[in-house]
Write a protein that binds this ligand. Sequence first.
Ligand code: ADP
Ligand code: MG
Length: 325
Amino acid sequence: MIRVNDLHKEYHVVKKGQGLSGAVKGLFKSEKLTVNAVNGLNFHINEGEIVGFIGPNGSGKSTTIKMMTGILTPTSGEVLINGQNITKHRKEAVRDIGVVFGQRTQLNWDLRLEESFELLRHIYRIDKKQYSETLEVMDEILGIGEILSKPVRQMSLGQRMKGDLAASMLHSPKVLFLDEPTIGLDVGTKYSLRKFIKEINRLRKTTVILTTHDLGDIQQLCERIIIINSGVIMEDGNLSEIVERIAPYRTLKVEFYDSDIPKHERAELISEDNNVACYKFFKSELTAAELIRDLSGEKAIKDISIEEAGIDDIIRIAYGIKNVE
Ligand SMILES: Nc1ncnc2c1ncn2[C@@H]1O[C@H](COP(=O)(O)OP(=O)(O)O)[C@@H](O)[C@H]1O
Ligand SMILES: [Mg+2]
């Protein structure tokens, strides 16, 4: 469905000096800088996948999405959507894709939502039947029926996001790109967004590429993640396999009756706070049951909880690998 081959993007920026003297100097001499935002990405995404595209700020996620959707032209390399080069055949290829940017709306501020939708219906030449079917599905998932007659300008961020999501699906794209859609959303709209992604993927087999800083989104939605840093892929694969490989440990949190905390030879005591201790242990060396049995043999236990290594650990470690270089 999507193929990205050796994709690069350089931005050329002019750097001005700092402060007043810098501004004056800037009149005479400006320094030209090249920013290598994307540095040779290669990946392939199949139909029906939901892929979490994650990385720290400035790692090149938005630049990559803009190149994948034909908004930016790559410095080198190519993006094929359904076999078509997005740069060379933009007109044809854009029919297969939808895109939503969390920080920017594609809706018209001056129109009511339904008028914005009608406009898109004409632009994409969507037939009436398909259009009303999609609207019906979008109303079921997002409840947009009640905001259709509302001017976009008067909408809350959550309502506008629902409008944007529905708008992106009107032409029934095969692939949907979502760049930081959850930023600033309330809990209810976040829930609707997740439901929306699950439902379009289930009902229409829509392929979804999602960038987000919300680890809950990733855990709930994405089987596969691609982690990028400095425009380079750090990890690409099945989320649980990556967790298993990079962070094959768990932590056990134990509350004892007093602050005399026992040690264990195969588990690392990573924190102690009065009666509460956290032990980190590797799944291959020790089971949670063994650890609990051993500890309770030494001291009476009041309460316990087990935590899997989270995706936050994965991200930290993946970034850490980069920092070591
Ligand atoms: N229009 C631009 N001009 C110059 N540099 C840019 C531009 N857009 C992004 N960059 C730079 O490219 C890098 C990647 O940015 P971006 O793709 O927005 O990252 P992300 O979405 O992961 O936060 C950053 O160093 C950013 O400052
Ligand atoms: Mg971004």
